[in-house]
Design a protein around this ligand. Structure first.
Ligand SMILES: [Fe+2]
Ligand SMILES: [Fe+2]
Length: 228
């Protein structure tokens, strides 16, 4: 277990049990994720998390095809990478969600009797999915691909729009320029991070470049505000 504490509560066990006889591993994992995140009306953030996870899984499909990685385990690991988001509230919140997710994923994969050859790689990859410049030396291409699929969604147009919005909302020109420059610096730093595959590296860098060029356009517009 990665987390010191009771991650697999009775509530979690019940959900695992409900999904422990899959006929289709990917579809059951999607349904399991939905039940674990439990996006009730008061938790719109969990619906966002669920939809994000579906998009990450789509990235997994694409990357598996492009790079010859095992598709089903990669897609399942992508679906499960944030599975502990809601449960991590009990352990201080978001900052530990990768570890809570790894523990829940392990219990689920054990319960469905998933191929051991992949299970450990999936669980370790989930536990490391928010690694940035601190990539463990023994992190495999498969493990890195889970994190790369997550990052590809985190830097795609939906998240670009969210980042742009928070850089400009009700800000003065000076503040806009400052926050956009900070976001550009961050995107440039992200571009330097090691990726598991050439496909992920190229796609990720292209998304960073798109983000940087839009941020630069905003800076250029804000600069016009000093001409009078
Ligand atoms: Fe995450
Ligand atoms: Fe994520």
């Amino acid at each position: 277990m990665y987390v010191d504490g009771e991650v697999i509560t009775e509530h979690v066990s019940e959900i695992i049990k409900k999904h422990s006889n899959p006929t289709d591993y990917i579809e059951e994992t999607r349904a399991f994720l939905y039940d674990m995140l439990d996006p009730t009306p008061d938790r719109g953030d969990m619906l966002y998390r669920y939809e994000h996870s579906i998009r990450v899984a789509e990235n997994g499909k694409m990357l598996a095809k492009a790079e010859g990685l095992p598709k089903e385990p990669l897609v399942m690991a992508c679906l499960l990478h944030d599975v502990g988001y809601r449960e991590s509230d009990r352990f201080g919140g978001f900052s530990i969600h990768h570890l809570v997710s790894a523990d829940i994923a392990k219990a689920y994969l054990d319960a469905i009797g998933y191929d051991e050859k992949y299970r450990d790689e999936m669980v370790i990859g989930i536990s490391r999915h928010n690694a940035t410049d601190n990539i463990p030396e023994d992190m495999s291409v498969f493990q890195m691909s889970i994190r790369d699929c997550d990052d590809l969604d985190r830097f795609d147009i939906i998240r670009i729009s969210m980042a742009l919005g928070s850089c400009i909302h009700e800000k003065t020109n000076v503040e806009i320029i400052e926050s956009c420059q900070k976001a550009i610096d961050l995107a440039n730093w992200y571009k330097t991070l090691k990726r598991g595959t050439k496909t992920a590296d190229e796609l990720f860098k292209a998304l960073c470049d798109k983000r940087i060029s839009l941020l630069q356009e905003i800076i250029d517009q804000a600069n016009k505000g000093f001409n009078y």
